[in-house]
Design a protein around this ligand. Structure first.
Ligand SMILES: CC(C)(COP(=O)(O)OP(=O)(O)OC[C@H]1O[C@@H](n2cnc3c(N)ncnc32)[C@H](O)[C@@H]1OP(=O)(O)O)[C@@H](O)C(=O)NCCC(=O)NCCS
Length: 288
């Protein structure tokens, strides 16, 4: 994120109004010049503060990003607040085939003990955030865990840098707020009579302090590649910024990564997942 520039227009306007005040000797003009100058200085301070917060959030180390992402993800899905463990977090997911999940960075000391714990825990998942998925997979194999094939990506962005995408014609949008969780649903005008409940696309974002964590971004297969995913993200990000967020985090599927990269998100690390036992039903390894 670039440092915000000076609000030159405000200073020029204040000087201009003060000069008019000098020429006309009008005290009102002097008063107005002071107000404009004050508003400009205040505006610069606010923009600088937002930029500093976003920069601090971006410079966080990986375990901290993991913990902040997991907090927002759990909030978006209604899970209890994750507990901190060495190298990451433990999340009580509470689903039949995913009762508990550890999300940790790839420190060898952490993984050595954790793979045994995960193997011994029924319906447990282990997700490892790493720059090198190839060096984590042997830990899964040697620890007797069942590795998932999908590779996801932990991504982040300074929300002020997020691209803006308009909703294409023929669609309408609903925005709902539940505490700090904002949900966007897009419906097709063409589907209105056929199936009023069917959503063409949607997603949500959880705002915790200055962080916003996007989750469950999806477009119905019949409506893909028309710009709906980008529009949903733009709507979520602008609602999150209104709620005070400055920094975005998410875990992207392979398909999602292509969409988010085009909107300005960058990859912080990869995420590989394994389970304590093979799933009885097909369970997607999705965190986004
Ligand atoms: C990812 C997903 C939400 C994208 O939705 P969408 O409505 O098709 O997205 P958009 O039309 O706004 O696509 C915007 C851009 O993203 C990229 N993109 C989207 N889907 C892509 C794909 N399957 N492959 C490559 N690039 C893709 C393209 O750059 C695209 O621009 P283009 O159409 O001009 O090439 C949708 O494919 C989906 O629901 N996938 C399954 C669920 C999922 O993985 N969700 C993400 C969870 S993190």
């Amino acid at each position: 994120m670039e440092a915000p520039g000076r609000i030159w227009f405000g200073y020029i306007a204040a000087v201009g109004i003060a000069v008019i005040g000098l020429i006309t000797l009008d005290p009102l003009a002097f008063g107005l010049a002071v107000v404009v100058l004050g508003a400009t200085v205040l505006g610069e301070w606010y923009r600088g503060r937002q930029a500093a917060l976003a920069l601090a959030a971006q410079n966080a180390d990986l375990p901290e990003l993991v913990s902040r992402w997991a907090r927002g993800w759990a909030y978006a899905r209604g899970f209890p607040r994750p507990t901190e463990v060495p190298g990451g977090v433990r999340v009580e997911v509470g689903e039949p085939e995913r009762r508990v999940e550890w999300v940790v960075t790839d420190d060898a000391g952490t993984l050595a003990g954790l793979v045994d714990t995960v193997r011994a825990t029924p319906e447990a998942w282990l997700s490892v955030v790493t720059d090198s998925p190839g060096s984590v997979r042997p830990w899964f194999a040697e620890g007797g865990l069942v590795a998932g094939e999908a590779e996801e990506a932990l991504m982040s962005i300074g929300l002020a840098d997020h691209a803006s995408r308009k909703l294409p014609e023929g669609y309408r949008v609903e925005v709902e707020r539940d505490g700090g969780v904002i949900a966007v649903t897009v419906r097709s005008d063409a589907d209105a009579d056929a199936d009023a409940d069917a959503a063409a696309a949607g997603g949500r974002i959880a705002v915790i302090g200055t962080d916003a964590v996007a989750d469950r971004i999806q477009t119905d297969p019949g409506h893909r590649r028309r710009g709906l995913g980008g529009a949903v993200m733009s709507l979520l990000v602008s609602a999150a910024r209104e709620a005070g967020a400055v920094h975005g985090l998410l875990v992207a599927s392979e398909m999602g990564e292509a969409l988010y990269a085009g909107l300005g998100w960058r990859v912080e690390a990869r995420l590989v997942t394994a389970r304590s036992a093979a799933p009885r039903t097909s369970v997607e390894s999705r965190h986004g």
